[in-house]
Design a protein around this ligand. Structure first.
Ligand SMILES: CC(C)(COP(=O)(O)OP(=O)(O)OC[C@H]1O[C@@H](n2cnc3c(N)ncnc32)[C@H](O)[C@@H]1OP(=O)(O)O)[C@@H](O)C(=O)NCCC(=O)NCCS
Length: 189
């Protein structure tokens, strides 16, 4: 029988763990809703991300379930970042397939109470490794709103190369948001 699977989709167990020095990354879970809700209450937190501030916790429950479905489908792997010592959830890193073969997009956020300690960089680095080794990506791409200097710094520390400005990376309240775009190839790690 012919193999109908799409070659760039990958079957990855939802029990997968990515372990770093200080962090454990695991699949999103409904138990993260409170942490995510709390992060999204901080002024400005949502401004650099494609999604709008959720109005209810129920919206986060729906998003979590959708993320888990897409994980099982093999097109989006959304990891919750936990402190390895305490199993405290502190943020997310997601890797999503693009329309281009073997090119995946990486996005991340950390709860504002944990900013400035290198957690986003450490967590995203683990997902870059996952993208190249488990997903066999040939290239990873990412982007940030042009004013988002914290995100820019994380992307630079990860070793991404700037590729250009997108006049409408995403829309916020109907208005286009300019983004700087980046890429990295496995040989750069
Ligand atoms: C962007 C974000 C993920 C960074 O998380 P983090 O865990 O604080 O990131 P790190 O600690 O790994 O690195 C942050 C870097 O920004 C730097 N930084 C922080 N505030 C800064 C400022 N005002 N100006 C310049 N650099 C700044 C830090 O010094 C650090 O760089 P360094 O290691 O060279 O000192 C976090 O701010 C966030 O979740 N923001 C909201 C969501 C978001 O915008 N996500 C990205 C979408 S593209």
């Amino acid at each position: 029988m012919a193999d109908k699977s799409i070659p760039f989709m990958r079957e990855i167990s939802v029990d997968t763990r990515l372990i770093t020095e200080r962090l454990c990354l695991r699949a999103v879970a409904l138990s993260d809703v409170e942490m995510t809700w709390s992060a999204t209450r901080f002024d400005g937190f949502n401004d650099g991300m494609i999604w709008d501030r959720p109005k209810t916790r129920g919206q986060l429950v729906d998003r979590t379930q959708e993320s888990l479905s897409l994980w099982k489908e093999g097109s989006l792997f959304t990891y919750t970042v936990e402190l390895v010592d305490a199993s405290t959830p502190i943020g997310r890193v997601a890797i999503k397939q693009t329309n281009a073969l073997r090119v995946w997009n990486v996005g991340f956020w950390i709860h504002p109470e944990f900013w400035g300690q290198g957690y986003a960089t450490e967590a995203a680095r683990a997902v870059l490794d996952f993208g190249f080794s488990a997903l066999h990506a040939s290239k990873l791409v990412t982007a940030h709103a042009i004013w988002n200097i914290r995100s820019k710094r994380v992307i630079e520390k990860l070793g991404f190369r700037y590729t250009g400005k997108n006049p409408c990376g995403f829309r916020k309240q109907g208005k286009p948001e300019e983004e700087y775009e980046y890429e990295i190839e496995s040989s750069a790690l």
